[in-house]
Write a protein that binds this ligand. Sequence first.
Ligand code: GLU
Length: 424
Amino acid sequence: MQTVNVTNSNQESLNPYEIVQKQIDTAAKLLHLPQNIVEILKRPKRVLTVNYPVKLDDGTIEVFEGYRSQHNDALGPTKGGIRFHPDVTLDEVKALSMWMTFKCGVVGLPYGGGKGGVIADPRNYSHAEKERMSRGFMEAIADFVGPDKDIPAPDVYTNAEVMGWMMDTYSRLNGKYSPAVITGKPLSIGGSKGRSEATARGCVITIQKALQELGLPLESATVAIQGFGNAGRVAARLLSDLGCKIVAISDSQGGIYDSNGLHVGEVIECKNEGCIVDYPNAETYITSEELLELDVDVLIPAALENVITSQNAERIQAKVIAEAANGPCTPDADEILNTKGTLVIPDILANSGGVTVSYFEWVQNLSHYYWTEKEVNDRLYEKMVTAYDEVRTMSEQYSVERRTGAFMVSLLKIAEAMEARGWV
Ligand code: GLU
């Protein structure tokens, strides 16, 4: 297993597992929660490490290492994505599973948190190799997951096609069609309408609420988006449809800027064929780090963890940060941003639209009755607005920033379930 950057030059911990433990401590202290509840929540309940062989196209075998972490199942089966990324670590997967518990709690879903990851860069493999890599991972974790146990979904560098392969592998192993074992599937095999747009749609709803709260008009808001995977791409399209000016977009290779607003449709077309930096009509080309510091109304980090830290938080100029990614701001960055008056919509709220529609997908699979896109979107809207308002109320009541408020909303629900089950 590879090692992560443990600290940056300000000696700030960049280990997501330590970061989430700190976030739990902060919220639990304010709520005066009993220490035994905190001790249970500070580590995952079960973690599985697998090493599984995959035959490559040239006939050689590569052994992949992967993890599945199940943090807490007080509220229901564990739920959360599977990512394929070269920098995946066990601590990262554990932390991501913990954020999932709090995410499901904030938005009121009957789930605990889970997460999986495989150390691999899928961009370096053929389509057939990716299929074997996906099926192999599901085979390796099949006993550990299940519709009433732990339900995976897409995450970084995995998508509906991967979910389809995994669902098929699980169904074959169990000798029965089991769509509810995984969400984010293609529509033809039990996927939900609206799921592929849900993370971004939910995020946009929270941005609308935040701008309204600050008295800033949505129609003329300027937006910068770091990361152009599913969430970044759909958020750009939805926001530009609402009249916002998307002035900057980046992906892992670099970014583009246009003070008059980028043509989102053209940028998406360009990304479909390669990289953002291949886009010919930008005013200037910028780095992904420079994008974060632009003078915009809304900044959407939609890539990976730890991009806003004590090193650059002071230079962030956005009025609203909507965390479409998981864990983009460190606790030290949060403190600086809070002092500056930046409204940070925390990941566990801002990107909870994805798991919310995953929940709708699971409900549809279990009841074998499928909803219209309008039903899905209306129910998503209701869940997001309720969660946003609950977090705002809690934060104002305790005079804390929104991340702590969101953790507190969630912690109360989880602690109540743990007590009702007699765990503490
Ligand atoms: N991977 C997404 C997340 O981090 C979605 C999880 C799900 O749909 O279960 O929230």
